[in-house]
Design a protein around this ligand. Structure first.
Ligand SMILES: [Zn+2]
Length: 241
């Protein structure tokens, strides 16, 4: 028997779809593994469930230690501890993000609408600008790069960021959760799309429309951008095209 839907959801939310062993975020490729196999009497409970990426899942199931002397297999007690430690790390990270968001929200300029075109000076407020509201709230952070590109950061924000391929438009953004969210800095150029995922797993996209840079001869450090945020937890922006 597989895990019930409620056990799976609880486990996936607790790890935020990061593998409990290597901590990579693997989105739809994560699977819920039995710590003690059902054949050995393992139950379909949350306590016996560990979310793993395909690579770690294969490692855990790879071999029987009795036939591979010198190799160290994963034992249930280790998997349990690794899983619990990781759930705690995720929970702590969520609390820190909420605290940070609450503390900073007060002073930082915000655009609460779920879509719109905005224009702001990215040298103010340490580059922070808040877009959206509620579960679809995204703290963005920026600094100047050039007249045709700008740096976006994840530091002290609640978001992960990815770049859409250069020629992409909204009609191509049907599965933004498959993009690469592994870096703390991305530098979209004019017309390109930056993809955001916040700590609630909601997605947004930003298109850079205009840039001014004091260090490149302009009188202001300004960015003009258009953004779209999804409230439903999906990663498909083609309906805005
Ligand atoms: Zn893994």
């Amino acid at each position: 028997m597989p895990f019930s839907e409620s056990v799976r959801i609880e486990a996936l939310v607790s790890c935020q779809r990061h593998c409990c062993l290597c901590h990579e975020r693997v989105h739809t490729r994560i699977s819920c593994h039995h710590i003690i196999q059902e054949a050995d009497g393992g139950e379909n409970t949350l306590d016996n469930c560990i979310p793993l990426c395909p690579g770690c899942h294969a490692e855990v199931k790879a071999f029987d230690p009795r036939h591979h002397p010198g190799m160290t297999s994963y034992r249930p007690a280790e998997l349990l501890r690794r899983r619990d430690d990781w759930y705690q790390t995720i929970a702590r990270r969520m609390r820190d993000l909420e605290t940070n968001l609450n503390r900073s929200r007060v002073n930082i300029p915000s655009s609460p609408e779920l879509s719109g075109e905005i224009d702001f000076d990215y040298s103010d407020y340490n580059g922070f600008h808040l877009i959206g509201t509620g579960l679809s709230e995204f703290m963005t952070r920026w600094s100047g790069a050039s007249r045709d590109s700008i740096h976006s950061y994840t530091d002290k924000t609640n978001i992960s960021i990815a770049l859409a391929p250069p020629a992409f438009s909204l009609k191509d953004l049907s599965k933004v959760d498959s993009f690469n969210f592994s870096s703390r800095v991305r530098s979209p150029r004019l017309r390109e799309f930056l993809v955001l995922e916040n700590h609630h797993g909601r997605y947004g996209v930003i298109q850079i429309l205009g840039l001014q840079s004091r260090s490149h001869g302009d009188n202001f450090d300004r960015v003009r951008l258009r953004y779209w945020l999804l409230e439903d937890g999906t990663a498909d922006f083609t309906k805005f095209a």
